[in-house]
Unconditional design. Structure first.
Length: 368
């Protein structure tokens, strides 16, 4: 890939009173316990976000996303890469607390913020607020769940209707989010060496610059480059080339395809999310094709599967990429150890800790 100079025109902090007020509301909200399906006590954010706040936020984010290229070019400063979150608000806060927060730390999120989990509205509003306030430190890619058809079937549409107890208001809010999703970028290159997208690569892509030819706003098409960036998967070990996906949409890609893609575009590493398979349960990520491809999953105990999850911290040393994994352990999956980081502890302990220094959310807010 030809070297591209990264010019960050946006300010370090975007001082918008409306966005800051919503960000503060979310981060300072209380944790309330509920009983999960397995009769375990789980915690959620108790926050009321109004349709008016969402309307203003989504309008700002549509404009912000469309001002960015479809292929983001991010510099070689240290950055944390986060994959699927699926409505896990408390776990998103854990990640922020353990990996530092913007503007002290840069983040790239790989999509799938909504559906499946119980607090998709809170998660996407928090991420939109962070992106708007810290435009050069928070980057959001689109996932296959950020789409009209997927959100209709996997929970986000229903959550919007349930949250406002009005089908008319809930549907308006849902449509505002979907219209914003249609404007989001689809891939990123970090430090000129690391390619990131939600699903992976595409047989419709001759060079990486082809991504910028995708017109936005757009719904996710049933085939083609935009579809593959969000839906494709790596093939099973030992299988090469392109294959048809078991999902019934897009393709699978093998080692030879990834090697050719990296060689042609001068890429050292491909990072993607989109997929949780059993070999990932202990680590939250898996390496394929000689370590050239990393599948990452950041949603903890996803749908009760008791999987661990992780995020990746990237540092660039000369022409090399240093990758450090931060793992979050599901307490159902392995026995906790005394030295486990906050993200792995029972939230009761987190609440006790937070009382010493105001509340946990206000502590995070103070650092932001």
């Amino acid at each position: 890939m030809a070297s591209v100079m990264v010019i960050e025109k946006s300010p370090k902090i975007n001082h918008d009173d409306e966005v800051f007020a919503l960000l503060y509301k979310i981060l300072s909200s209380k944790l309330t316990p509920t009983i999960g399906e397995d009769l375990e006590k789980i915690y959620q954010l108790s926050v009321e976000i109004t349709p008016s706040e969402i309307a203003k936020l989504t309008e700002k984010m549509k404009k912000s996303f469309l001002e960015q290229p479809c292929l983001l070019v991010i510099g070689n400063e240290p950055i944390t890469v986060v994959a699927d979150m699926h409505g896990q608000s408390i776990h998103l806060l854990r990640i922020l607390m353990t990996c530092d927060v913007p503007p002290a730390q840069k983040f790239l999120f790989l999509g799938d913020y909504v559906d499946r989990g119980t607090q998709s509205v809170a998660v996407i509003c928090l991420l939109f607020c962070l992106k708007h306030r810290y435009p050069n430190h928070v980057y959001l890619l689109r996932g296959n769940h950020e789409d009209v058809n997927t959100t209709l079937n996997y929970g986000f549409y229903d959550e919007c209707l349930e949250q406002w107890k009005s089908e008319e208001i809930g549907e308006i809010v849902w449509r505002q989010f979907v219209e914003t999703f249609n404007c989001m970028p689809l891939a990123a290159v970090i430090g000129g060496k690391v390619f990131c997208s939600h699903g992976g690569i595409s047989p419709s892509m001759e060079t990486i610059e082809d991504i910028n030819s995708i017109e936005r706003p757009n719904i996710v098409p049933p085939y083609g480059l935009a579809c593959d960036l969000l839906w494709s998967d790596p093939a099973q070990p030992g299988r090469n080339g392109w294959g048809l996906s078991h999902r019934g949409i897009s393709f699978t890609y093998g080692k030879s395809v990834v090697d050719e893609f990296c060689y042609k575009n001068e890429i050292s590493l491909v990072i993607r999310g989109h997929q949780l398979f059993k070999e990932m349960y202990p680590q939250g990520c898996v390496l394929r094709f000689g370590g050239r491809l990393i599948s990452l999953f950041s949603a903890l105990n996803y749908e009760g599967h008791r999987n661990n999850s992780s995020v990746l911290k990237l540092e660039f040393v000369g022409q090399k990429v240093k990758v450090k994994q931060v793992q979050y352990r599901c307490r159902h999956y392995v026995q906790l150890k005394n030295h486990e980081i906050l993200a792995c502890q029972d939230m009761k302990q987190a609440q006790k800790q937070s009382r010493k220094n105001a509340s946990t959310m206000e502590s995070v807010m103070g650092r932001i």
